[in-house]
Each structure stands twice: as C-alpha cells, then as structure tokens.
Design a protein around this ligand. Structure first.
Ligand SMILES: Nc1ncnc2c1ncn2[C@@H]1O[C@H](COP(=O)(O)OP(=O)(O)OP(=O)(O)O)[C@@H](O)[C@H]1O
Ligand SMILES: [Mg+2]
Length: 356
C-alpha cells in the first residue's frame, strides 16, 4: 500500500514572507493518478519536491503507506521522479541513463535489457540508445528522463511537466500511453501540469491550485461541470467557462434585460454571476421567451466544431456550434441557456452557490 496523506502542509521559502504552499491537505489513494494543476507560480513544484524530499516543509506532514516521511532522506522514500528540468546524466549513454535506477536496485542484466528495450520502444528512443544526451534534442532528452522513471518499480511516481518539451502530436500519443502504462503498473502517481486538457485526460483526481492553496479537488468531470469558483471555471476547459452578470428575480435570472429560467433550487434574489460552457449554449435564429439576444462577432471553424464569439449586453461569450452551422459574423442570434447547464456564483467572492 502506497497511499499518500498530506496533512496541513505549509512551505515558506527562506527569505520569503509568502506561503508557496498554504495549508495543503489531501489523500491520494493507493494506485491513484493525482494531477496538480494551476498557473505558473501557484506552488505545484514546491508540493512535489516536498513529497520527494528535496524540500522540507515549514510545517505539516507527509505520510506514504502509513509511514511518516516528512523528514526522511530522498533515498529512503522509494520514489521515482521526472523533474521539470529533465535532468539526465550527461556522461552516460541513453541506454545507461534509462537503466540507472534498475542497476541501483541490482536487477539481473537480462531483466534490465528487457525493461530498457520496452521503455525505449514506448518513447520512440530506440535509434538513440547509444547516443549521449548532448547529442539529443530537448524533447528526446525529456523522454529519456521519463523512460528512466517508469522502468523502476517505485511506490510513488512523481512527474513535473514531463511532456512540456514534446511536440503536440507526440504529446498527445504519449499522454494516452502514459495513462495506459501507469494504469497497468498501478503506481501511485503525482503529476504536475499547467495544461488543463492534460490534467483532465490523465487524472483520476485533479487538484486545482492557486496562490499556494487548493481551490478544488475532485474528479475531472466534477471540476469541469461543477467548478467550486469562477477561477476554476475560468481555468478549466477550452474555451474557459463563460461568465455573465445577472440578477436573480422570482421569475428567473435577468441577463442584459432579458429573463431566462433559473436552475432548479436557485437561491433568493440579488446579483449573481452566471457560468455556462460554450457547448451548453444553444443558438436560435429567432427571439422567444427565455432567450437572450446576441451579436456574432467572430466565427472560428475548428474542424470538428465551430466556435463563435458573441456579444451579449456588455459581455462576450464563446459558443460552440456544429461545424456545418451557417452562422456568419455580424449576424443577430438568440441564445438559450438550458437551466441545468447554468452555474451560479457569488459575484463578490466568486464562490459557487450550493444548490439544494
Ligand atoms: N527555491 C526557492 N526560493 C524562494 N522562492 C521560491 C523557490 N522556489 C519557488 N519559489 C517561489 O514559490 C512559489 C511557487 O513556486 P513553484 O515552483 O512551486 O511554482 P509552480 O506552480 O511549479 O510554477 P511553474 O508552473 O512555473 O513551474 C513561486 O512564487 C516561486 O517564486
Ligand atoms: Mg513548476
């Protein structure tokens, strides 16, 4: 069992007054794939480095498999790591870089060769096994670092933006491979990224971080469909969630002077921020009760679908329509907001309203 318990972790770097990690608590189940997601500087690497033992917390604790590892040296933690700065040994050939952890663990040579071949094949490194890292591109070096980490049978796999230097195609194919491999290995994994699509695709759970704190921790669809606040809604999804200011009234929500149906269980009255996804908005050519008039500003064909930018009152929204849609820029449209897709946020705090 290698579950990870992080208990009220605080990290203040020496000479700093800010909390790089601020009261972080989470439980990562044995075999779970946890993604730490958030903008640059929010504290993802800091948290990972404390799990790894490369930084010590200011307060709080970390336990793996029931064992307190908060102050344990790195080599006693049975972890496997890929760093943001893909550190590989410059004086070792690719095959010896990949085999490094296996040699340290004194595995039989035949088994080492087999695992190296497996990882090299997976990461398309076969042709480079006898090269030195200086003879590789940045993306190839990064793949060597990933190969070295996944061949080892560690309790916990820690990865910090391991795909950041790969081109889009390789990144996509490797992402699904990684998901398959880690699923098969069953290794508890903590994976850092600032790419929300990578987080949604890989994570059993996603912890969305902001300014050292966790804004929301949940399954990928949960954070996509029910963001805890406007920050999470605006960070997750491409395009991000649309926000419109309105007023709750007994007859529904008033948006730019037009009344739309409120979601079931909406609270009392007053100012409200409405969140709705681009794919949830429905475009109609004609006005009707419950629809909000809008003007199409931009039409972007994306291949599988088309993305509209539309002006609604003082705000702009993104609307996803089928690729065969004939909507043109400058056209007047009428938007339907299906009540079940509408999320309500407090305009002051940005926090979601808990609907009963
Ligand atoms: N060694 C350090 N000394 C002092 N401050 C640090 C140190 N390392 C990081 N910080 C600060 O701590 C905060 C969190 O940094 P961290 O590297 O954890 O962010 P991150 O979420 O990994 O960002 P990125 O996506 O850019 O890698 C930042 O404000 C950063 O400037
Ligand atoms: Mg980082």
């Amino acid at each position: 069992m290698a579950d990870i318990v992080i208990d009220n972790l605080v990290k203040v770097y020496p000479g700093s007054t800010e909390r790089a990690n601020d009261s972080i608590s989470m439980h990562i189940a044995d075999g779970e794939f946890m993604v730490l997601l958030g903008p640059s500087g929010c504290g993802k690497t800091t948290l990972l480095r404390q799990i790894a033992g490369l930084e010590l917390p200011t307060s709080g604790g970390i336990a793996v498999g029931g064992r307190d590892i908060t102050y344990l040296p790195v080599h006693q933690r049975n972890l496997s790591m890929v760093f943001q700065s893909y550190a590989v040994f410059p004086h070792r050939r690719v095959r010896h870089n990949i085999a490094f952890g296996l040699k340290m663990r004194k595995l039989p040579q035949a088994e080492i060769d087999q695992k190296v071949a497996w990882a090299a094949d997976l990461l398309q490194l076969g042709p480079y096994l006898d090269r030195f890292p200086a003879q590789l591109s940045g993306g190839q070096r990064q793949r060597v670092a990933v190969a070295r980490a996944i061949v080892v049978d560690a309790d916990v796999l820690l990865m910090d933006e391991p795909l950041s230097n790969l081109d889009a195609l390789l990144r996509l194919s490797f992402r699904s491979e990684l998901k398959r491999i880690v699923g098969q290995l069953g290794t508890t994994t903590v994976y850092v990224t600032h790419d929300q699509s990578e987080a949604l695709s890989l994570g059993d759970s996603v912890a969305v971080m902001r300014a050292g704190k966790i804004s929301q921790l949940g399954g990928p669809l949960e954070i996509y469909n029910h963001p805890a606040d406007t920050f999470v809604g605006g960070f997750i999804g491409s395009p991000p969630m649309n926000f419109l200011d309105g007023t709750l009234t007994p007859g529904g929500i008033s948006i730019a002077g037009h009344l739309v149906d409120a979601p079931p269980g909406a609270p009392g009255q007053g100012a409200v921020r409405i969140g709705i996804r681009a794919e949830s908005l429905v475009v109609h050519p004609d006005p009707a009760a419950g629809r909000v008039p809008a003007e199409v500003l931009v039409v972007e064909p994306l291949g599988a679908a088309t993305l509209l930018t539309a002006q609604v009152g003082q705000s702009q929204v993104k609307v996803q329509v089928p690729a065969e849609s004939t909507v043109t820029a400058g056209q007047a449209i009428h938007l339907e907001l299906p009540p079940r897709a509408v999320r309500l946020f407090d305009p002051e705090t940005g926090l979601t309203w808990t609907l009963s």
